[in-house]
Design a protein around this ligand. Structure first.
Ligand code: WT7
Length: 646
């Protein structure tokens, strides 16, 4: 029996929704989705209000997902212009730099001005509705400005996490044929400089990137960087003399707001394409209810804008709600391991949303660095990105939240746009490790190995049986891959790629990915991507990559490598290969373990049996299951004997 934490009565007394509200609204939302989501859509300013609400088919032969299709709106007008009347002087963004002495407060009026000027800048460079713009920036306010300026023009942004390598950036630029890249001279993390402009220069030498006409460089550190004329332009010079008047371009609700690349089980990263209207309805609504947002809240989500959490819950959801959102450039342990709690005290943060990996890392340093700060402003804590283990949940609750703050463990994905399964803090009792119950309009289902939908207590693959407004609309440039990936395994349903258990109270417990995707520190990585980076090395003949348990990261990366004939697996070569992967993809893909494999376990048809490799990586050599179907069962003994985790 898992522990049940009842709703905090003091919190519930003032909360937006209580338990009976949840029950009533959930029932309404699934029995009459059109009526429900039609009403919710009124929270936005529409240039042309929608009359059609939902037009969806999950049938793979006739797949289409349209919400509010005849409506027109502009996201930047919703996040900025409409706030000016009542919130012009309210702080929209609190920027907290890597250096604790560096912070800035930007009001809605100031942000509006900056976005209009930058939208005019882009317009002068020839950017029009539908163009793709790559954003490769650190966590600085200009990242939000760039996103909102694209939205103002109806240009589609593609934010690429600043930790990705030139090759990864190049792949994303090429796939989206971006016209402009927006970057900075350098990023700053834990006092170290990240050579963003150098990386952009290297990326643009790769084949397939010549769609890029202009590179805009924000001065962050002020270091001298090579500027190639006429391609490269400084942000601050382009902004000089720009008009602060820029009418928002009305776009159809289904017009793409952005593309965000994410890893799948096969091939290169997929460009997850999100809509304008449905996305903003869903992110703003979930943000308001899951965090029980109040006018005077100071809300801090620690995610980078390079990930979907940064899109939905640092920028779009909070700004559409007129909230004050903190943008943090730094890391949890710089200058010291109290940094999160210092920032909470400094800015009087009330709502705090972070990832289990950060909590686990900070737990190792004990309670003193937390207790050194007051944290009295906090009233709610959130978790996102990976399953939170009950020990970390309890510590977050007891030590960080002083047992006062409800915890919302929010399950969702890049593809879902926003939060899907989560407690509502004044309504739903929590259990450490469970994301609890579905949000309004979300219909989860669990299927067994025969694809039969299970009722009641069950465990199996997690599907969503009907659409919601924030859902991914397609894979950019590859609609067939979209259908194949999400709608073919269980026709008529969206397949999440996750496994889940539903308990006797109907609570969901996400058990992790059931495909070849691993989750390293809350970041999603395809094992196939790491494998193709490894085999690109001249000394590697073959490679197989699996996830393995990791105390801090949740999952680590375990690689099995077969060298070409004549090469020996030395410690030097191991280091070289690990550094190679880091350079090819980025530091997040650094293998934790690399084992030499004279042979890999394969079926007679030549398919690598990852199930076996996973068990060896998990140090469970007694649970390999049936290995008699292998072409050469003999290879397994060597791998078991030489395994790196014992
Ligand atoms: C995968 C999605 C959610 C935005 C950030 C990650 C895992 C995410 C939880 C949670 C258990 C979680 C799932 C999911 N995941 N949140 N609260 N509990 N697992 O987005 O990179 O698209 O990764 O992260 O496995 O499929 P993403």
């Amino acid at each position: 029996m898992s522990k049940l934490y009842p709703v905090n009565p003091t919190f519930a007394a003032a909360a937006r929704l209580r338990h009976d509200d949840y029950t009533r609204l959930y029932a309404e939302s699934v029995s009459d989705p059109e009526g429900f989501w039609g009403r919710v859509a009124q929270r936005l300013d529409w240039i042309k209000p929608p009359t059609k609400i939902k037009d969806v088919s999950f049938d793979p032969t006739d797949l289409h997902i349209r919400w509010y299709a005849d409506g027109e709106l502009n996201v930047s007008a919703n996040c900025l212009d409409r706030q000016l009347a009542t919130r012009g002087d309210k702080v929209a963004i609190i920027f907290e730099g890597d250096d604790p002495n560096d912070s800035r407060r930007i009001t809605y009026r100031e942000l509006h001005t900056e976005v209009c000027k930058f939208a005019n800048t882009l317009k002068n460079l020839g950017v029009i509705k539908g163009d793709r713009i790559a954003i490769y920036l650190p966590m600085i306010p200009e990242a939000a400005v760039a996103m909102l300026a694209c939205a103002r023009l109806g240009a589609i942004h593609s934010v690429v996490f600043g930790g990705f390598s030139p090759d990864s950036l190049a792949g994303r630029i090429a796939d989206s044929t971006a016209k402009v890249v927006i970057t900075a001279d350098e990023g700053l993390r834990a006092g170290k400089r990240i050579p963003l402009k150098v990386n952009v220069d290297a990326a643009l030498e790769r084949p397939g990137t010549n769609s890029v006409e202009t590179v805009i460089v924000v001065r962050r550190t002020g270091s001298a960087v090579a500027m190639q004329s006429p391609r490269d332009r400084y942000y601050h010079t382009l902004m000089e003399g720009q008009s602060a008047d820029c009418a928002p371009t009305p776009v159809e609700a289904e017009h793409p707001l952005f593309i965000l690349y994410t890893s799948g089980s096969t091939g290169k990263p997929k460009g997850v394409q999100h809509s304008t209207g449905g996305y903003l309805v869903f992110t703003s609504y979930t943000h308001e209810l899951v965090f029980d947002l109040r006018e005077d809240d100071i809300y801090w989500c620690t995610a980078d804008v390079g990930w979907v959490t940064g899109h939905s819950y640092v920028v779009y959801g909070p700004l559409a709600n007129g909230a004050t959102t903190v943008m943090f450039e730094g890391v949890p342990n710089y200058p010291d391991v109290s940094r999160f709690w210092q920032v909470i005290d400094k800015h009087q943060v009330t709502l705090f949303y972070t990832a289990p990996t950060a909590i686990r890392a900070l737990m190792r340093d004990g309670e003193a660095p937390v207790k050194a700060c007051s944290r009295a402003s906090l009233r709610l804590l959130g978790s996102v990105g990976e399953p939170i283990n009950p020990e970390a949940w309890e510590w977050y609750h007891r030590v960080v939240g002083d047992e006062r703050c409800p915890i919302v463990d929010t399950w969702w994905q890049t593809e879902t746009g926003g939060i899907m399964i989560s407690p509502l803090p004044g309504a739903i009792a929590t259990k450490p490790g469970s994301a609890t119950l579905p949000f309004f309009g979300i219909k989860p289902a669990i299927v067994d190995a025969n694809a039969e939908v299970q009722e009641g207590v069950a465990e199996g693959n997690l599907l969503i049986t009907d659409s919601w407004p924030g859902q991914v609309r397609t894979i950019y440039g590859d609609h067939q891959r979209f259908i194949d990936t999400y709608f073919s395994a269980y026709p008529g349903n969206y397949f999440t790629g996750d496994g889940a258990r539903r308990d006797e109270d109907g609570y969901y417990w996400i058990t992790g990915r059931v495909d070849d995707v691993i989750n390293v520190s809350g970041h999603r990585l395809g094992t196939a991507e790491v494998e193709s980076a490894l085999v690109a090395h001249p000394k590697v003949a073959e490679a197989a990559v699996v996830g393995c348990p990791h105390e801090i990261k949740g999952q680590g990366i375990y690689a099995y490598v077969t060298l070409i004939a004549g090469e020996t697996g030395t410690d030097e070569l191991r280091k070289e290969l690990i550094a190679w992967v880091r350079k090819e993809i980025g530091p997040i893909a650094t293998p934790d373990y690399l084992q030499w494999a004279p042979g890999l376990p394969k079926t007679r048809s030549g398919k690598i049996m990852r199930r076996i490799l996973r068990k060896i990586g998990e140090n469970l050599p007694d649970q390999l299951g049936d290995i008699t179907t292998l072409a050469d069962p003999g290879v397994v003994k060597n791998l078991v004997d030489e395994r790196l985790i014992k």
